[in-house]
Design a binder for this molecule. Sequence first.
Ligand code: EPU
Length: 438
Amino acid sequence: MAQKFYIKGGTPLKGEVSIGGAKNSVLKLIAAAILVKGITKIYNVPELTDVDIMLKVIAQLGAKIDYNKEEKSVTIDATELTSVTATYELVSKMRASFVVLGALVSRCKEAKVAMPGGCAIGERRVDFHIKGLEALGAKIKIENGYVIAKANKLTGAEVYLDIPSVGATENIMLASVLAEGSTRIQNAAQEPEIVDLANFLNTMGADVNGAGTSEIVINGVKQENLHPIEYTTIPDRIEAGTYMTAIIATKGKGIIKNIYPAHLTFFTNKLLKMGANIKLLDPTSMEVSCKNRLNSINFITQPYPGFPTDLQSMAMALLTTSNGVGIITESLYENRFMQVPDLNRMGADIHQDRNHAIIKGVKKLSGTALTASDLRAGAALVVAALMAEGESVVEKIHHIDRGYENFENKIRLLGGKIERREEIPKTLTEDNHNESYL
Ligand code: EPU
């Protein structure tokens, strides 16, 4: 059944919001747990459809899963794996599951993982992942839509990434944990989620150095050196940035709790430049508020520590009513301005030219019928609807459920007027849940 958000805009968000575990980290930790012959327990696991999919992927490999939603923990028993295949049915639902490739090759010396393909926001190739595994000695062929990898043994190697790809860095890290000798990843991604994965691996007995810098060195260890662990996922910086935006957009005042403020430095600085007030209260919480009309800014999305592409759409929502003209350059994805047509239908003045968007601030947005085209574009439309005058209905919110736990409840706790309602689709195609994979 199709679910929609019904939103009445114009109420300043006030109060406290607590941030959950990082989606883009926990998905990789779940994949990494299959490296250990034993029981791993991960805490701070958000209840998201993407987490469910990743758990199904490793269950398909033979891991035994116990997801305690009350405790927000997952127990993974990967003592025995019974399969090396991650099927298209699951991988096509979530491209992040492709990261099991590295973990499987590492532990089983073979893997058959469906090619994830592109998605709504861009082509999203996996060529760097494959080149990296080949450098370690895996023989790879692509057949019938599957990547089939085999290796008699994996040997440490020098891997240089053309782009600091998050997924490729993770896949190569996972593949080299049990390789013979040292692997050096140059131009590695530096995202906090990479550091979290390295910490997770090191806690279980791996030897990963330099995560968080552009050069990561993994000294291979033996299978028997890896042991079961308990580990807590880092907070979700993108979820935090989304609530910061929503509070600022509605001219509210709120506290964002359970965060690592340092993970949001670039974004916070841009918000301060726009005129928002942001105060560090203690090492894990910030107070955010805004009274006046914001000033426009320009920015370019970049790999960490630059401006995060996953918050580009939120910043765009703020720029729609800021004073002046703002220019956004999206440098990571070919098609990540999916929110633009709907924002313009709300009264925004955005002109898009390839990967540039020119946003002329208008006085106000007004509510209307909106459609979430992907996770972050969808969340930005909710933010826009909360700041707009009047009512909005957001469709295709299954995209938002992939990455925001309890979204409407957290917004409601801040005083936002939002409701989730179920509606029977008018046509069979209206409720299509398979059109985009993040
Ligand atoms: N790329 C290639 N070849 C490759 C790998 C990447 O050309 O082999 C290109 C991609 O097409 C893309 C760029 O490099 O244009 C960056 O891709 P990257 O590999 O860094 O991204 P990812 O690992 O697929 C993760 C997050 C994304 C986030 C990006 C960038 C997960 C599950 N996803 O994707 O998160 O946008 O890093 O920070 O970790 C989201 O949460 O909404 C989301 C899309």
